[in-house]
Design a protein around this ligand. Structure first.
Ligand SMILES: Nc1ncnc2c1ncn2[C@@H]1O[C@H](COP(=O)(O)OP(=O)(O)OP(=O)(O)O)[C@@H](O)[C@H]1O
Ligand SMILES: [Mg+2]
Length: 229
């Protein structure tokens, strides 16, 4: 199967104030299969977020190639990258950033407007809020929902405009194990129903079994973790 995202020998270094250079990624090669859940694990500070930021074009590698949807990101203009981010990519973070003065429905609507969604917005909002199991919470404000419910709104918002790829950095980090499991099951359902590709980071060893592909970051290198038999 062709990968939807691929990196070739990606390095990332940060220049520190004292003229030291911190090399965080030391030649990362990853293949992200389409319509699958790819999990990045590794200890705190190992470089997971750094890699996710590069895969999602929020940051540039110091050297190496990033290929998304058969296009070399390094040779894309700023405008081409913005277009790709806006239409093809969605984000979910650990700390849910819903607009506090908007209901669940309005939060998703806001995202659809930002993404310039051309379809029937009302129908799509109802559809994604039902997929995440919040059809009865559409009028609730974020302060009237639990942490897990808010994260489900954030996921509905990230997938509403039908992006090809969702990047999720510790999406279950602030949730208890069972609620976290619910989010992963929801991801699997979205992959099955909408053909989305999801790349997520996690510390939680209980979640690894749900990954179609699992990679571990260690000392700046990324290793493929084969599924346990
Ligand atoms: N902008 C930056 N400038 C300097 N150092 C940075 C910068 N961003 C990240 N780092 C360093 O790079 C290393 C990797 O950070 P990163 O956030 O990618 O880790 P992580 O694996 O996501 O950790 P966690 O599991 O705690 O979220 C850390 O040592 C961090 O201090
Ligand atoms: Mg991180």
């Amino acid at each position: 199967m062709d990968s939807i995202i691929k990196t070739i020998d990606v390095h990332k270094s940060f220049q520190l104030g004292n003229h030291e250079i911190l090399e965080v990624l030391k030649g990362v090669d990853i293949d992200v299969p389409p319509a699958c859940l790819t999990i990045l694990k590794g200890r705190s500070g190992s470089g997971k977020t750094t890699l996710l930021n590069i895969l999602s074009m929020l940051d540039d590698p110091t050297s190496g190639k990033v290929i998304i949807d058969s296009r070399d990101v390094g040779s894309m203009s700023v405008r081409q990258r913005e277009t790709m981010r806006r239409y093809n990519i969605g984000f979910v973070f650990q700390s849910v950033a819903l607009v506090p003065i908007m209901s669940a429905y309005e939060n998703v609507d806001f995202a659809l407007k930002l993404a310039d969604y051309k379809g029937d917005r009302d129908a799509r909002i109802r559809e994604v809020l039902s997929i995440v199991g919040l059809e009865k919470r559409m009028a609730h404000m974020p302060s009237q929902m639990s942490g897990g419910e808010q994260q489900r709104v954030a996921i509905a918002r990230a997938v509403a405009h039908k992006p090809k790829i969702i990047f999720a950095d510790e999406p279950t980090g602030a949730l208890d194990t069972n609620t976290g499991l619910g989010i992963i099951k929801l991801f699997k359902e979205l992959i099955a129903k909408e053909g989305i590709t999801i790349v997520m980071t996690t510390h939680d060893p209980n979640l690894m079994v749900f990954g179609d592909a699992v990679y571990e970051m260690e000392d700046g290198e990324l290793k493929y973790v084969p599924a346990e038999q």
